[in-house]
Ligand binder design. Structure first.
Ligand SMILES: C[S@@+](CC[C@H](N)C(=O)[O-])C[C@H]1O[C@@H](n2cnc3c(N)ncnc32)[C@H](O)[C@@H]1O
Length: 314
């Protein structure tokens, strides 16, 4: 089986937007971003047999963005979608560079080994490190927990700012053995982190089959038995209440989640939101307030906002 690769030579300013657009709007199989420093780190030479990367030294822009799709997807339509997205981003004042789009095909068995070269352990905090399944890592502290991950086709390698804001939120809020619900689990990274940080039990939901498959494999890779998975949209058909609800999803989707929170949050419970572009934060805060919630902590990394939220009457 072959995969279609759409490659965009562009600027790092649009990295996050293209990543989210590809994953959540175009439902690609996976994305990769390559910067000059990554190429050096990966030690790739122009004679690599995997993919001809001999154009690396001649890159006109500072970022190569790659998105992977099934080879039967409509290539021209996808290119058109990217062109429209890039011109929209440009209209927001973001630098998009030449934004040259090209396409190629790769055997899908080669894909895993290609992107693995760009994924390395993340020494995230005193409590957590995120370690690709195939890497060796020695924790600096004996009790630092290692989240072993093979994100497969799902979002959630731990390197994205939105995931990291959600992890900071979990470290801040999960201070007792509480019940956690992870909405939009992707690779399962936040559910696994919650379990390692002491959650009594975790329910993780996602709308995508690929995410559920990847999360199931990662939960088992980490030998965790207190995480349940459910394929559903947001909290639809979810029973019960939780002490912490965490969701790292685009703002447009969080707006649909907000009216569901009250029915699923225990008294004194807290909600962690991430994935909010700074231009959307006011809209989210307004919707939270209209639904009886208030922001108790606001965090920012680059363009991304993360929030810790409680009921107004807590
Ligand atoms: C940005 S990724 C976050 C993955 C992971 N939780 C993390 O923090 O890295 C968003 C995830 O939400 C899922 N998603 C999108 N819309 C959803 C919906 N309506 N209900 C549940 N999951 C959804 C996507 O499939 C994707 O796995």
């Amino acid at each position: 089986m072959k995969l279609l690769i759409i490659k965009i030579e562009t600027s790092h300013e649009v990295e996050d937007a293209l990543n989210i657009f590809s994953n959540e709007v175009l439902h690609c199989l996976g994305t990769e971003t390559r910067k000059r420093s990554d190429f050096e780190h990966a030690g790739w030479k122009s004679d690599s047999t995997m993919i001809k990367l001999d154009e690396i030294n001649d890159l006109p822009e500072d970022l190569q963005f790659l998105a992977y799709f099934d080879s039967d997807q409509d290539k021209e339509k996808l290119i058109e979608e990217y062109k429209q997205k890039l011109s929209e981003l440009k209209s927001y004042g973001l630098k998009i560079g030449k934004a040259e789009i090209s396409t190629s095909y790769i055997k899908d068995e080669d894909w895993n080994t290609v992107w693995q070269k760009f994924y390395h352990p993340i020494d995230f905090s005193r409590h957590l490190a995120i370690v690709p399944e195939w890497e060796e890592y020695q924790p600096a502290f004996k009790d630092q927990r290692l989240i072993k991950l093979d994100p497969g086709l799902a979002f959630g390698t731990g390197s994205h700012e939105t995931t990291q804001l959600a992890l900071i939120g979990l470290e801040q809020t999960l201070i007792r053995p509480q019940k956690v619900c992870d909405v939009g689990t992707g690779s399962g990274i936040l559910a696994i982190a919650s379990s390692f940080l002491g959650a009594s039990s975790v329910l993780a939901t996602d709308i995508s089959d690929e995410a559920i498959t990847a999360a199931r494999e990662n939960i088992s890779l980490n030998d965790l038995t207190n995480i349940k998975l459910k394929k559903t949209s947001l909290l639809d058909n979810v029973q019960g209440k939780y002490d912490i609800i965490v969701a790292n999803i685009l703002a447009e989707i969080l707006l649909d989640l907000i009216p569901q929170l009250n029915n699923h949050l225990n008294e004194g419970g807290q909600v962690i939101f991430s994935g909010i572009d700074c231009s959307q934060a006011a809209k989210i805060k307004k919707a939270l307030s209209e639904n009886g919630f208030q922001v108790v902590l606001s965090m920012q990394s680059g363009r991304w906002i993360g929030l810790i939220i409680e009921r107004k009457d807590n």
